[in-house]
Ligand binder design. Structure first.
Ligand code: HEM
Ligand code: NAG
Ligand code: NAG
Ligand code: NAG
Ligand code: NAG
Ligand code: NAG
Ligand code: NAG
Ligand code: NAG
Ligand code: NAG
Length: 327
Protein backbone atom coordinates (compact mmCIF):
# COMPACT_ATOMS: atom_id res chain seq x y z
CA UNK A 1 0.00 0.00 0.00
CA UNK A 2 2.76 2.35 1.03
CA UNK A 3 4.63 1.35 -2.11
CA UNK A 4 1.61 1.97 -4.27
CA UNK A 5 1.21 5.38 -2.74
CA UNK A 6 4.73 6.49 -3.42
CA UNK A 7 4.51 5.03 -6.90
CA UNK A 8 1.27 6.93 -7.34
CA UNK A 9 2.91 10.13 -6.17
CA UNK A 10 5.88 9.65 -8.48
CA UNK A 11 3.55 8.85 -11.36
CA UNK A 12 1.49 11.94 -10.65
CA UNK A 13 4.70 13.91 -10.44
CA UNK A 14 5.73 12.76 -13.89
CA UNK A 15 2.28 13.47 -15.22
CA UNK A 16 2.36 16.99 -13.81
CA UNK A 17 5.82 17.49 -15.31
CA UNK A 18 4.67 16.21 -18.69
CA UNK A 19 1.62 18.44 -18.65
CA UNK A 20 3.55 21.51 -17.56
CA UNK A 21 6.32 20.83 -20.06
CA UNK A 22 3.73 20.60 -22.79
CA UNK A 23 2.06 23.72 -21.49
CA UNK A 24 5.10 25.92 -21.82
CA UNK A 25 6.28 28.36 -24.39
CA UNK A 26 9.66 27.64 -25.86
CA UNK A 27 12.24 29.44 -27.93
CA UNK A 28 12.09 28.46 -31.58
CA UNK A 29 8.77 26.62 -31.23
CA UNK A 30 8.33 26.78 -35.02
CA UNK A 31 11.83 25.58 -35.88
CA UNK A 32 10.54 22.24 -37.23
CA UNK A 33 7.05 23.21 -38.33
CA UNK A 34 7.73 26.57 -39.95
CA UNK A 35 11.44 27.34 -39.88
CA UNK A 36 11.12 30.67 -41.67
CA UNK A 37 8.31 31.99 -39.47
CA UNK A 38 10.36 34.35 -37.32
CA UNK A 39 12.33 35.63 -40.31
CA UNK A 40 9.12 36.36 -42.20
CA UNK A 41 7.84 38.45 -39.28
CA UNK A 42 11.15 40.29 -38.99
CA UNK A 43 11.34 41.02 -42.73
CA UNK A 44 7.78 42.31 -42.72
CA UNK A 45 8.48 44.58 -39.76
CA UNK A 46 11.66 45.93 -41.36
CA UNK A 47 9.91 46.57 -44.65
CA UNK A 48 6.78 48.24 -43.29
CA UNK A 49 8.01 50.03 -40.19
CA UNK A 50 10.60 51.94 -42.17
CA UNK A 51 7.76 53.38 -44.28
CA UNK A 52 5.53 54.03 -41.28
CA UNK A 53 7.67 54.30 -38.15
CA UNK A 54 4.70 55.22 -35.96
CA UNK A 55 3.45 51.67 -36.42
CA UNK A 56 6.19 50.37 -34.14
CA UNK A 57 4.50 51.97 -31.14
CA UNK A 58 1.11 50.75 -32.24
CA UNK A 59 2.26 47.14 -32.40
CA UNK A 60 4.02 47.31 -29.04
CA UNK A 61 0.88 48.67 -27.43
CA UNK A 62 -1.24 46.03 -29.14
CA UNK A 63 0.86 43.32 -27.49
CA UNK A 64 0.28 44.91 -24.08
CA UNK A 65 -3.47 45.08 -24.62
CA UNK A 66 -3.55 41.54 -25.92
CA UNK A 67 -1.75 40.17 -22.86
CA UNK A 68 -3.89 42.07 -20.35
CA UNK A 69 -7.19 40.67 -21.61
CA UNK A 70 -7.50 36.85 -21.43
CA UNK A 71 -3.72 36.53 -21.73
CA UNK A 72 -1.56 36.92 -24.83
CA UNK A 73 -3.95 35.00 -27.08
CA UNK A 74 -4.62 37.29 -30.01
CA UNK A 75 -8.12 38.07 -28.74
CA UNK A 76 -7.38 41.77 -29.25
CA UNK A 77 -7.36 41.09 -33.01
CA UNK A 78 -10.85 39.64 -33.31
CA UNK A 79 -13.55 41.52 -35.16
CA UNK A 80 -17.06 41.61 -33.81
CA UNK A 81 -19.33 39.00 -35.38
CA UNK A 82 -22.76 37.59 -34.67
CA UNK A 83 -21.36 34.72 -32.58
CA UNK A 84 -21.88 35.22 -28.87
CA UNK A 85 -18.19 34.74 -28.00
CA UNK A 86 -17.28 37.64 -30.25
CA UNK A 87 -20.38 39.79 -30.41
CA UNK A 88 -18.73 42.88 -28.92
CA UNK A 89 -15.00 42.29 -29.12
CA UNK A 90 -12.07 43.99 -27.41
CA UNK A 91 -11.59 46.05 -30.58
CA UNK A 92 -14.74 48.03 -29.88
CA UNK A 93 -13.60 48.83 -26.34
CA UNK A 94 -13.55 52.37 -25.05
CA UNK A 95 -12.77 54.53 -28.10
CA UNK A 96 -10.03 56.14 -26.04
CA UNK A 97 -8.04 52.95 -26.47
CA UNK A 98 -7.41 53.85 -30.13
CA UNK A 99 -5.39 50.80 -31.09
CA UNK A 100 -3.82 50.76 -34.54
CA UNK A 101 -1.95 48.27 -36.69
CA UNK A 102 -4.51 45.51 -37.19
CA UNK A 103 -3.95 45.54 -40.95
CA UNK A 104 -0.24 45.10 -40.34
CA UNK A 105 -0.79 41.90 -38.34
CA UNK A 106 -3.27 40.62 -40.95
CA UNK A 107 -0.59 41.24 -43.59
CA UNK A 108 2.04 39.13 -41.78
CA UNK A 109 -0.51 36.41 -41.21
CA UNK A 110 -1.28 36.16 -44.94
CA UNK A 111 2.41 35.57 -45.68
CA UNK A 112 2.71 32.97 -42.92
CA UNK A 113 -0.39 31.12 -44.10
CA UNK A 114 1.21 30.90 -47.55
CA UNK A 115 4.44 29.56 -46.09
CA UNK A 116 2.91 27.05 -43.64
CA UNK A 117 -0.86 27.04 -43.36
CA UNK A 118 -2.45 26.72 -39.93
CA UNK A 119 0.82 26.66 -38.00
CA UNK A 120 1.73 30.07 -36.61
CA UNK A 121 -0.65 31.66 -34.12
CA UNK A 122 -1.76 35.27 -34.31
CA UNK A 123 -0.80 35.68 -30.66
CA UNK A 124 2.81 34.72 -31.50
CA UNK A 125 2.81 37.07 -34.49
CA UNK A 126 1.88 39.98 -32.21
CA UNK A 127 4.54 39.03 -29.65
CA UNK A 128 7.27 38.66 -32.29
CA UNK A 129 6.28 41.79 -34.20
CA UNK A 130 6.26 43.84 -30.99
CA UNK A 131 9.82 42.76 -30.22
CA UNK A 132 11.04 43.38 -33.77
CA UNK A 133 9.29 46.76 -33.85
CA UNK A 134 11.07 47.92 -30.72
CA UNK A 135 14.40 46.83 -32.18
CA UNK A 136 13.73 48.96 -35.27
CA UNK A 137 13.25 52.01 -33.02
CA UNK A 138 16.67 51.50 -31.48
CA UNK A 139 15.34 49.67 -28.46
CA UNK A 140 16.36 46.37 -26.94
CA UNK A 141 15.70 42.91 -28.22
CA UNK A 142 14.33 40.19 -25.98
CA UNK A 143 13.60 36.50 -26.08
CA UNK A 144 10.19 35.65 -27.44
CA UNK A 145 9.51 32.04 -26.61
CA UNK A 146 6.66 30.93 -28.88
CA UNK A 147 3.87 28.37 -28.91
CA UNK A 148 1.01 30.65 -27.86
CA UNK A 149 -2.39 29.51 -29.09
CA UNK A 150 -5.16 31.82 -30.22
CA UNK A 151 -8.21 32.39 -28.07
CA UNK A 152 -11.76 32.10 -29.33
CA UNK A 153 -13.36 34.66 -27.04
CA UNK A 154 -13.07 38.42 -27.14
CA UNK A 155 -15.17 40.56 -24.86
CA UNK A 156 -15.34 44.34 -24.71
CA UNK A 157 -16.30 44.43 -21.03
CA UNK A 158 -13.23 42.43 -20.11
CA UNK A 159 -11.07 44.86 -22.06
CA UNK A 160 -12.54 47.81 -20.21
CA UNK A 161 -12.02 46.03 -16.89
CA UNK A 162 -8.43 44.91 -17.46
CA UNK A 163 -6.75 47.70 -19.39
CA UNK A 164 -5.68 50.42 -16.98
CA UNK A 165 -7.08 53.85 -17.86
CA UNK A 166 -4.76 56.85 -18.24
CA UNK A 167 -6.46 58.37 -15.19
CA UNK A 168 -5.33 55.56 -12.88
CA UNK A 169 -3.35 56.44 -9.78
CA UNK A 170 -0.41 54.42 -8.51
CA UNK A 171 -2.48 52.21 -6.26
CA UNK A 172 -4.86 51.27 -9.05
CA UNK A 173 -2.03 50.72 -11.52
CA UNK A 174 -0.40 48.25 -9.15
CA UNK A 175 -3.72 46.39 -8.88
CA UNK A 176 -4.16 46.17 -12.67
CA UNK A 177 -0.61 44.85 -12.99
CA UNK A 178 -0.76 42.52 -9.98
CA UNK A 179 -3.87 40.96 -11.52
CA UNK A 180 -1.58 39.87 -14.35
CA UNK A 181 1.24 38.68 -12.11
CA UNK A 182 3.29 41.82 -12.71
CA UNK A 183 4.87 43.83 -9.90
CA UNK A 184 5.83 47.45 -9.32
CA UNK A 185 9.19 47.05 -11.07
CA UNK A 186 7.41 45.64 -14.10
CA UNK A 187 4.94 48.53 -13.99
CA UNK A 188 7.70 51.14 -14.03
CA UNK A 189 9.70 49.34 -16.71
CA UNK A 190 6.81 48.54 -19.02
CA UNK A 191 5.49 52.09 -18.76
CA UNK A 192 8.84 52.99 -20.32
CA UNK A 193 7.20 51.88 -23.58
CA UNK A 194 5.76 55.40 -23.60
CA UNK A 195 9.16 56.53 -24.85
CA UNK A 196 7.67 55.92 -28.30
CA UNK A 197 4.29 56.77 -29.78
CA UNK A 198 1.43 59.18 -29.44
CA UNK A 199 -1.48 60.01 -27.18
CA UNK A 200 -4.77 61.60 -28.14
CA UNK A 201 -5.87 64.75 -26.34
CA UNK A 202 -8.89 62.92 -24.96
CA UNK A 203 -6.53 60.70 -22.94
CA UNK A 204 -5.22 63.63 -20.89
CA UNK A 205 -7.16 66.84 -21.59
CA UNK A 206 -8.93 66.72 -18.24
CA UNK A 207 -5.48 67.39 -16.75
CA UNK A 208 -5.38 70.62 -18.74
CA UNK A 209 -8.93 71.90 -18.47
CA UNK A 210 -11.05 70.30 -15.78
CA UNK A 211 -9.01 68.23 -13.41
CA UNK A 212 -11.32 68.23 -10.39
CA UNK A 213 -14.42 69.54 -12.16
CA UNK A 214 -13.71 73.19 -11.34
CA UNK A 215 -12.07 74.15 -14.62
CA UNK A 216 -8.67 73.55 -13.06
CA UNK A 217 -5.37 71.98 -14.06
CA UNK A 218 -3.60 68.95 -12.65
CA UNK A 219 -1.07 70.40 -10.18
CA UNK A 220 1.20 67.42 -10.87
CA UNK A 221 1.70 68.64 -14.45
CA UNK A 222 4.48 71.13 -15.19
CA UNK A 223 2.83 74.50 -15.90
CA UNK A 224 4.97 75.34 -18.90
CA UNK A 225 4.34 71.95 -20.42
CA UNK A 226 0.61 72.41 -19.82
CA UNK A 227 0.71 75.63 -21.85
CA UNK A 228 2.31 73.78 -24.75
CA UNK A 229 -0.18 70.96 -24.57
CA UNK A 230 -3.09 73.39 -24.52
CA UNK A 231 -1.84 74.92 -27.76
CA UNK A 232 -2.32 71.54 -29.36
CA UNK A 233 -5.39 70.32 -27.49
CA UNK A 234 -7.63 73.36 -27.75
CA UNK A 235 -10.56 72.04 -25.75
CA UNK A 236 -11.66 69.38 -23.32
CA UNK A 237 -13.62 67.61 -26.04
CA UNK A 238 -10.95 67.36 -28.72
CA UNK A 239 -10.77 63.67 -29.47
CA UNK A 240 -9.04 63.97 -32.84
CA UNK A 241 -5.72 65.69 -32.17
CA UNK A 242 -2.80 63.70 -30.79
CA UNK A 243 0.62 64.62 -29.41
CA UNK A 244 3.95 62.87 -29.05
CA UNK A 245 4.25 61.25 -25.65
CA UNK A 246 8.00 61.78 -25.53
CA UNK A 247 8.39 64.99 -27.56
CA UNK A 248 11.61 65.22 -29.51
CA UNK A 249 12.41 61.52 -29.41
CA UNK A 250 9.05 59.98 -30.14
CA UNK A 251 10.54 57.49 -32.56
CA UNK A 252 13.53 56.58 -30.47
CA UNK A 253 13.44 54.04 -27.72
CA UNK A 254 15.45 55.66 -24.94
CA UNK A 255 15.44 56.84 -21.33
CA UNK A 256 13.96 60.26 -22.02
CA UNK A 257 10.49 59.17 -20.92
CA UNK A 258 11.83 58.77 -17.38
CA UNK A 259 13.67 62.10 -17.55
CA UNK A 260 10.35 63.74 -18.42
CA UNK A 261 8.60 62.02 -15.53
CA UNK A 262 10.99 63.60 -13.04
CA UNK A 263 10.38 66.98 -14.69
CA UNK A 264 6.63 66.54 -14.16
CA UNK A 265 6.16 66.17 -17.89
CA UNK A 266 4.64 62.75 -18.08
CA UNK A 267 1.63 62.95 -20.40
CA UNK A 268 -0.95 60.86 -18.57
CA UNK A 269 -1.91 60.80 -14.92
CA UNK A 270 -0.76 57.18 -15.00
CA UNK A 271 2.72 58.35 -16.06
CA UNK A 272 2.85 61.03 -13.38
CA UNK A 273 1.60 58.48 -10.84
CA UNK A 274 4.86 56.54 -11.10
CA UNK A 275 6.64 59.34 -9.26
CA UNK A 276 4.11 59.40 -6.41
CA UNK A 277 5.42 56.20 -4.88
CA UNK A 278 8.82 56.44 -3.19
CA UNK A 279 10.21 53.03 -4.21
CA UNK A 280 9.01 53.50 -7.79
CA UNK A 281 10.51 56.97 -7.95
CA UNK A 282 13.79 55.66 -6.55
CA UNK A 283 13.76 52.92 -9.16
CA UNK A 284 13.29 55.53 -11.90
CA UNK A 285 16.19 57.56 -10.52
CA UNK A 286 18.26 54.39 -10.55
CA UNK A 287 17.43 53.72 -14.19
CA UNK A 288 18.44 57.27 -15.08
CA UNK A 289 21.72 57.02 -13.23
CA UNK A 290 22.72 53.96 -15.22
CA UNK A 291 23.54 53.50 -18.90
CA UNK A 292 20.60 53.01 -21.30
CA UNK A 293 21.77 49.42 -21.74
CA UNK A 294 20.77 48.65 -18.16
CA UNK A 295 17.24 49.96 -18.78
CA UNK A 296 17.18 47.95 -22.00
CA UNK A 297 18.18 44.80 -20.16
CA UNK A 298 15.50 45.25 -17.51
CA UNK A 299 12.84 46.29 -20.03
CA UNK A 300 13.60 43.19 -22.07
CA UNK A 301 13.08 40.93 -19.05
CA UNK A 302 9.81 42.66 -18.20
CA UNK A 303 8.57 42.26 -21.78
CA UNK A 304 9.40 38.58 -21.76
CA UNK A 305 7.48 38.28 -18.50
CA UNK A 306 4.47 40.16 -19.90
CA UNK A 307 4.55 37.90 -22.97
CA UNK A 308 3.88 34.90 -20.73
CA UNK A 309 0.76 36.28 -19.07
CA UNK A 310 -2.01 33.65 -19.06
CA UNK A 311 -0.87 32.14 -22.36
CA UNK A 312 -2.74 29.25 -23.93
CA UNK A 313 -0.50 26.40 -25.06
CA UNK A 314 -0.65 22.75 -26.07
CA UNK A 315 -4.15 21.98 -27.28
CA UNK A 316 -5.91 24.98 -25.75
CA UNK A 317 -7.47 27.44 -28.15
CA UNK A 318 -6.61 27.15 -31.83
CA UNK A 319 -4.38 28.44 -34.60
CA UNK A 320 -6.50 30.98 -36.39
CA UNK A 321 -6.51 31.06 -40.19
CA UNK A 322 -7.36 34.75 -40.19
CA UNK A 323 -6.39 36.89 -37.23
CA UNK A 324 -9.66 38.84 -37.24
CA UNK A 325 -11.89 35.74 -36.98
CA UNK A 326 -12.04 32.50 -35.07
CA UNK A 327 -11.93 29.44 -37.32
C1 HEM B 1 0.72 51.51 -17.01
C2 HEM B 1 -0.46 51.59 -17.56
C3 HEM B 1 -0.66 52.14 -18.94
C4 HEM B 1 -1.59 53.08 -19.26
C5 HEM B 1 -2.60 53.72 -18.34
C6 HEM B 1 -1.41 53.36 -20.66
C7 HEM B 1 -2.19 54.25 -21.38
C8 HEM B 1 -1.93 54.63 -22.67
C9 HEM B 1 -2.68 55.62 -23.39
C10 HEM B 1 -3.90 56.35 -22.87
C11 HEM B 1 -2.10 55.78 -24.60
C12 HEM B 1 -2.50 56.74 -25.71
C13 HEM B 1 -3.64 56.23 -26.51
C14 HEM B 1 -4.14 57.34 -27.38
O1 HEM B 1 -4.64 58.32 -26.80
O2 HEM B 1 -4.04 57.25 -28.62
C15 HEM B 1 -0.99 54.89 -24.64
C16 HEM B 1 -0.16 54.77 -25.72
C17 HEM B 1 0.84 53.81 -25.80
N1 HEM B 1 1.11 52.85 -24.87
FE1 HEM B 1 0.42 52.77 -23.00
N2 HEM B 1 -0.40 52.59 -21.14
C18 HEM B 1 0.08 51.83 -20.14
C19 HEM B 1 1.07 50.87 -20.24
C20 HEM B 1 1.67 50.51 -21.41
C21 HEM B 1 2.48 49.34 -21.59
C22 HEM B 1 2.74 48.29 -20.52
C23 HEM B 1 2.91 49.36 -22.87
C24 HEM B 1 3.77 48.36 -23.59
C25 HEM B 1 4.65 47.59 -23.01
C26 HEM B 1 2.39 50.55 -23.48
C27 HEM B 1 2.66 50.97 -24.75
C28 HEM B 1 2.13 52.09 -25.34
C29 HEM B 1 2.57 52.60 -26.62
C30 HEM B 1 3.73 52.08 -27.45
C31 HEM B 1 1.74 53.68 -26.92
C32 HEM B 1 1.75 54.54 -28.19
C33 HEM B 1 0.77 53.94 -29.16
C34 HEM B 1 0.69 54.64 -30.50
O3 HEM B 1 1.56 55.45 -30.83
O4 HEM B 1 -0.26 54.35 -31.23
N3 HEM B 1 1.62 51.21 -22.57
N4 HEM B 1 -0.91 54.19 -23.47
C1 NAG C 1 -12.28 44.03 -39.08
O1 NAG C 1 -13.00 45.22 -38.76
C2 NAG C 1 -12.35 46.41 -39.15
C3 NAG C 1 -13.18 47.57 -38.66
O2 NAG C 1 -13.33 47.47 -37.28
C4 NAG C 1 -12.18 46.44 -40.64
O3 NAG C 1 -11.48 47.62 -41.01
C5 NAG C 1 -11.41 45.22 -41.09
O4 NAG C 1 -11.34 45.19 -42.48
C6 NAG C 1 -12.04 43.95 -40.57
N1 NAG C 1 -11.15 42.85 -40.85
C7 NAG C 1 -11.47 41.88 -41.69
C8 NAG C 1 -10.40 40.86 -41.93
O5 NAG C 1 -12.56 41.81 -42.21
C1 NAG D 1 -17.52 29.99 -26.94
O1 NAG D 1 -16.61 29.77 -25.87
C2 NAG D 1 -16.85 28.56 -25.16
C3 NAG D 1 -15.90 28.53 -23.97
O2 NAG D 1 -14.58 28.53 -24.38
C4 NAG D 1 -16.67 27.37 -26.11
O3 NAG D 1 -16.94 26.17 -25.42
C5 NAG D 1 -17.61 27.52 -27.29
O4 NAG D 1 -17.36 26.50 -28.23
C6 NAG D 1 -17.43 28.87 -27.97
N1 NAG D 1 -18.42 29.06 -29.02
C7 NAG D 1 -18.09 29.36 -30.27
C8 NAG D 1 -19.22 29.57 -31.22
O5 NAG D 1 -16.93 29.50 -30.65
C1 NAG E 1 -15.49 62.82 -30.78
O1 NAG E 1 -16.18 64.00 -30.53
C2 NAG E 1 -17.27 64.21 -31.42
C3 NAG E 1 -17.82 65.59 -31.14
O2 NAG E 1 -17.88 65.83 -29.76
C4 NAG E 1 -18.30 63.09 -31.21
O3 NAG E 1 -19.37 63.24 -32.10
C5 NAG E 1 -17.63 61.74 -31.47
O4 NAG E 1 -18.52 60.68 -31.18
C6 NAG E 1 -16.38 61.60 -30.61
N1 NAG E 1 -15.69 60.40 -31.00
C7 NAG E 1 -15.21 59.54 -30.09
C8 NAG E 1 -14.46 58.40 -30.66
O5 NAG E 1 -15.37 59.66 -28.89
C1 NAG F 1 -18.24 39.63 -21.21
O1 NAG F 1 -17.65 39.70 -19.94
C2 NAG F 1 -18.52 40.23 -18.94
C3 NAG F 1 -17.70 40.44 -17.69
O2 NAG F 1 -16.96 39.32 -17.36
C4 NAG F 1 -19.68 39.26 -18.77
O3 NAG F 1 -20.57 39.75 -17.78
C5 NAG F 1 -20.41 39.12 -20.09
O4 NAG F 1 -21.43 38.15 -19.98
C6 NAG F 1 -19.46 38.72 -21.20
N1 NAG F 1 -20.15 38.82 -22.47
C7 NAG F 1 -20.30 37.77 -23.30
C8 NAG F 1 -21.04 38.05 -24.56
O5 NAG F 1 -19.87 36.67 -23.03
C1 NAG G 1 -9.30 53.30 -8.52
O1 NAG G 1 -10.15 52.18 -8.67
C2 NAG G 1 -11.38 52.29 -7.98
C3 NAG G 1 -12.09 50.96 -8.10
O2 NAG G 1 -12.21 50.57 -9.43
C4 NAG G 1 -12.17 53.44 -8.58
O3 NAG G 1 -13.40 53.58 -7.91
C5 NAG G 1 -11.37 54.71 -8.45
O4 NAG G 1 -12.05 55.77 -9.11
C6 NAG G 1 -9.99 54.55 -9.07
N1 NAG G 1 -9.20 55.74 -8.81
C7 NAG G 1 -8.44 56.31 -9.71
C8 NAG G 1 -7.75 57.56 -9.32
O5 NAG G 1 -8.28 55.82 -10.83
C1 NAG H 1 9.43 42.00 -9.78
O1 NAG H 1 9.70 40.76 -10.38
C2 NAG H 1 11.03 40.61 -10.90
C3 NAG H 1 11.15 39.22 -11.50
O2 NAG H 1 10.16 39.01 -12.44
C4 NAG H 1 12.06 40.79 -9.81
O3 NAG H 1 13.35 40.76 -10.35
C5 NAG H 1 11.82 42.13 -9.11
O4 NAG H 1 12.71 42.26 -8.03
C6 NAG H 1 10.39 42.21 -8.63
N1 NAG H 1 10.15 43.53 -8.02
C7 NAG H 1 9.56 43.69 -6.86
C8 NAG H 1 9.37 45.09 -6.36
O5 NAG H 1 9.19 42.74 -6.18
C1 NAG I 1 -12.05 59.26 -22.64
O1 NAG I 1 -11.16 59.68 -21.63
C2 NAG I 1 -11.60 60.83 -20.96
C3 NAG I 1 -10.50 61.30 -20.05
O2 NAG I 1 -9.79 60.24 -19.52
C4 NAG I 1 -12.88 60.48 -20.22
O3 NAG I 1 -13.36 61.62 -19.53
C5 NAG I 1 -13.93 60.02 -21.22
O4 NAG I 1 -15.08 59.58 -20.55
C6 NAG I 1 -13.40 58.88 -22.08
N1 NAG I 1 -14.31 58.60 -23.16
C7 NAG I 1 -14.91 57.43 -23.29
C8 NAG I 1 -15.81 57.30 -24.46
O5 NAG I 1 -14.72 56.51 -22.53
C1 NAG J 1 -15.97 70.27 -15.63
O1 NAG J 1 -16.42 69.25 -14.78
C2 NAG J 1 -17.62 69.58 -14.09
C3 NAG J 1 -17.91 68.46 -13.10
O2 NAG J 1 -17.83 67.22 -13.72
C4 NAG J 1 -18.74 69.78 -15.11
O3 NAG J 1 -19.93 70.14 -14.44
C5 NAG J 1 -18.32 70.86 -16.09
O4 NAG J 1 -19.31 70.97 -17.11
C6 NAG J 1 -16.98 70.53 -16.72
N1 NAG J 1 -16.53 71.63 -17.55
C7 NAG J 1 -16.40 71.51 -18.88
C8 NAG J 1 -15.89 72.70 -19.60
O5 NAG J 1 -16.65 70.47 -19.45
Amino acid sequence: MRKMNSFGIIFLGFLALAVSAQAQLKLGFYQQTCPKAEQIVLDYVKKHISNAPSLAAAILRMHFHDCFVRGCDGSVLLNSTKTSNASQTEKVANPNLTLRGFGFIDGVKILLEKECPGVVSCADIVALAARDSVVTTGGPSWNVPTGRRDGIISNVTEANNNIPPPTADFRNLTIFFANKGLNITDLVLLSGAHTIGIGHCSSFSARLYNFTGRGDQDPALDKFYAVKLKQKCRSLNDNVTFVEMDPGSVRTFDLSYYQLLLKRRGLFQSDAALTTNAPAKAYIAGLLSGPPQEFFRQFALAMEKMGRVEVKTGTAGEIRKQCAFVN
